[in-house]
Design a protein around this ligand. Structure first.
Ligand SMILES: Nc1ncnc2c1ncn2[C@@H]1O[C@H](COP(=O)(O)OP(=O)(O)OP(=O)(O)O)[C@@H](O)[C@H]1O
Ligand SMILES: [Mg+2]
Length: 237
């Protein structure tokens, strides 16, 4: 089997001088696929995402992108290499307009960003209507669209999303999932954390259940949906 496009491989590490949160945890995504990470609160899902993005020192294990070891790179250099990341919290600039948020997203680019902005507005039409409004005034689902749009502005080769549907209604969640699938279909692999485990596993090519900083279950979304242990522990039976 070939190397995944992006992999955080056997990562161990924590915050600063604190205890390890990740204990040999592996998450990865293949080209053309959606990989989903689920697990209980405090399992280390966000920590694993931050480790892959370089916001955390891993003292063993490695992160590789398209075959290249990027473990030592800063988050900004990982963005330059093609990684887009939407963190779980503080993922927009609330006092800036929607359009300013998108412009900020393109900070590493020196070329014309108009066409990319147009693509973001086509993906999320409501953002075009609200482009001159402060992003902080938008609804939860619209703010998440701004956050995903901002990450797309760098034209990433891979997109990492930490709980993109947090705090939105079921209808808005379905819409966001549809848009995420649409992004994946444009050829951008997606590695995402989701608290809506069942829905997430339904759209996952590959899925990881993390518990206490380690991999508890790994498989296709279908396999984990059918796994009795996963069902009992994480899907309500
Ligand atoms: N900035 C930080 N500094 C120190 N410890 C942290 C920090 N962020 C998280 N932790 C700790 O790391 C552990 C894992 O937290 P993490 O946020 O990765 O979990 P999670 O699986 O994303 O949970 P949730 O589902 O609530 O988002 C927790 O014990 C948490 O207290
Ligand atoms: Mg989290």
């Amino acid at each position: 089997m070939s190397e995944p496009f992006l992999i955080g491989d056997t990562m161990t590490g924590g915050y600063g001088k604190g205890p390890d949160i990740l204990h040999g945890c592996t998450i990865a995504v293949e080209k053309g696929e959606i990989a989903v990470i689920v697990g209980p609160n405090g399992a280390g899902k966000s920590t694993a995402m931050k480790a892959v993005f370089g916001m955390l020192n891993v003292h063993s294990g490695s992160v590789r992108l398209d075959g290249e070891d990027i473990t030592a790179l800063s988050p900004q250099d990982r963005v330059i290499k093609g990684m887009g990341f939407v963190p779980q919290v503080r993922n927009i600039f609330g006092s800036m307009t929607v359009e300013e948020n998108l412009e900020m997203g393109a900070f590493i680019r020196n070329d014309d960003i108009k066409q990319t902005m147009e693509q973001v507005y086509e993906l999320f039409p409501i953002l075009r209507d609200k482009r001159n409004q402060a992003a902080g005034e938008l609804s939860g689902g619209q703010r998440q669209q701004v956050a995903v749009g901002r990450a797309l502005m760098t034209q990433p080769k891979v997109l990492m999303l930490d709980e993109p549907t947090a705090g939105v209604s079921p209808i808005v969640m379905d819409e966001l999932f549809d848009r995420i699938i649409e992004v994946a279909r444009t050829g951008i692999p997606i590695l995402m954390v989701e608290q809506n485990a069942r829905q997430a596993l339904e759209i996952a090519d590959k899925a990881y259940v993390l518990v206490q900083g380690t991999n508890a279950h790994t498989g296709t979304g279908k396999e984990l949906l059918a796994n009795p242990e996963v069902r009992a522990s994480f899907l309500g039976g």
